[in-house]
Write a protein that binds this ligand. Structure first.
Ligand code: ADP
Length: 450
């Protein structure tokens, strides 16, 4: 079925290509947008049409809402896929797209707006009976009030920006003496990074696991889940490696967590693909936030469920009913994704953009590579350092690990430093092999320092 004739992909790199691949399979024409330094990028070559939308700085190009809508209008695109990052969770953009008479491939702008506030979404979930971490129920403006709540819930606590993302603006506070300074710092960062100084305090869990549930919902409210993902291996609160399913999942925990995820999606009137994120510790789990976009790590869920999430997004956006029920969704095997970043893992993950002088991507059974790079490509310094996602599927976790080791061995990227050696070390780490990971795994295992 052809849901649209033409879709504009408002993104770059691997995720733009990922969305275009779904379009190509569905017989939908694609329009790429690009910034000046991206004129030779792979996503530009892949698309049927491509338009320069401005200068390198994202605010002048990939975040330029009006210009992107102009291109859509000019080219006759009927829908816009935002990918992740840039405008993907920008309610103002989703609203503008709708006002232009185009279809935004994602949830409604109202849902994006409501879930964009960590405070608001926690309130919504608490009311829906989804477990949330104890903390200040509203934004914190008064230090004394924050001290009172923190004393009640007990230290350590974490100060977070309500509008936050990308691990930015979070501060862990060990004792009351540190609280005031952390509040000030978080507030300043929240204002400068997100234009909203609202911050809140919640209980900080020691070495939790990050486990999330992928959901799909159509416009009639038919909501299903595509099981869980484990995303505990992080640096600076950012994911580096994900797996599906979580190695600690039991039938009972899965039943509870997926039921909470569906309750969360329903409470938010969710449509399209989304992710409900939880922190897990000592047998308990707590809602963290809903990501109202396609996630980087959707690939591992696609691998184990066999469902093309981007095609589902497009069908749902076109007003189609979900073509499957919960009973139709199963998981087979185990999948792992390694994020390959142009970064130096031995130098505090400093970005290492530059020219790729040799490139050969792995293949063979159970391997999937989503990348936006090629031999001779110069990685621009202006954007995200993630250049490729390497995924391995095995009949079980052990085989997935063996395949990932083999694929890392095959993967040749010369000219820039990458996180490939780091992933190789993780694949041989005894705790990782045992499935015994948490959000401080990299520091604790001395695989990375930050
Ligand atoms: P962002 O939206 O900036 O990515 P999240 O709220 O999703 O921030 O949290 C990102 C990561 O930060 C989590 O995966 C976890 O590692 C850590 N984190 C966040 N909140 C807590 C908490 N209350 N206790 C322990 N770790 C936390």
């Amino acid at each position: 079925m052809k849901y649209f004739d033409k879709i504009l992909i408002a993104n770059r790199g691997e995720i733009a290509i990922r969305a275009m691949r779904a379009c190509r399979e569905l017989g939908i024409d694609t329009v790429a947008i690009y910034s000046e330094p991206d004129s030779n990028a792979l996503h530009v070559k892949y698309a049927d049409e491509a338009f320069n939308v401005g200068e390198a700085h994202p605010s002048k190009s990939y975040l330029n809402k009006e210009r992107i809508c102009d291109v859509a209008r000019k080219t006759g695109a009927e829908a816009i896929h935002p990918g992740y990052g840039f405008l993907a969770e920008n309610a103002g953009f989703a609203k503008l797209v709708e006002e232009e008479g185009l279809t935004f491939i994602g949830p409604s702008w109202k849902t994006i707006e409501a879930l964009g506030s960590k405070i608001g979404s926690k309130r919504m979930m608490r009311e829906a009976g989804v477990p949330v971490l104890p903390g200040t129920p509203e934004g914190v403006t008064d230090v004394e009030e924050a001290k009172k709540v923190a004393a009640e819930i007990g230290y350590p606590v974490i100060v977070k920006a309500s509008a936050g993302g990308g691990g930015i603006g979070m501060h862990i506070v060990e004792s009351e003496e540190e609280l005031e300074e952390a509040l000030d710092k978080s507030m300043r960062i929240a204002q400068s990074a997100f234009g909203d100084p609202t911050i809140f305090v919640e209980k900080y869990l020691m070495k939790p696991r990050h486990i999330e549930v992928q959901v799909l919902a159509d416009a009639k409210g038919h909501t299903i889940h595509l099981y869980d993902r484990e995303c505990s291996i992080q640096r600076r609160h950012q994911k580096l490696l994900e797996e599906a399913p979580s190695p600690i999942m039991t039938p009972a925990l899965r039943e509870q967590m997926t039921a909470s995820a569906i309750a969360a999606a329903k409470a938010a009137n969710y449509t399209n693909a989304g992710t409900v994120e939880f922190l897990y510790s000592n047998g308990n789990y707590y809602f963290m936030e809903v990501n109202t976009r396609l996630q980087v790590e959707h690939t591992v869920t696609e691998f184990v469920t066999g469902i093309d999430i981007v095609k589902q997004q497009i069908a749902i956006a076109a007003g189609e009913d979900l073509a499957m029920d919960q009973e139709d969704v199963g998981i087979r095997g185990h999948a792992i994704e390694c994020r390959i970043n142009a970064e130096d893992p031995l130098n505090n993950f400093a970005a290492d953009p530059g020219k790729i002088v040799r490139y050969r991507s792995p293949g063979g059974p159970g391997i999937r590579v989503d990348s936006g790079i090629h031999m001779g490509y110069t990685i621009p310094a202006h954007y995200d350092s993630m250049i490729s996602k390497l995924c391995a599927l095995g009949s079980d976790r052990e085989e997935a690990i063996q395949r990932m080791r083999r694929a890392i061995y095959e993967y040749v990227i010369l000219g820039v430093k990458t996180t490939l050696p780091l992933h190789y070390a993780i694949m041989h780490n005894a705790h990782f092999i045992a499935g015994d990971t948490h959000t401080h795994f990299l520091q604790e295992e001395h695989i990375a320092t930050s």
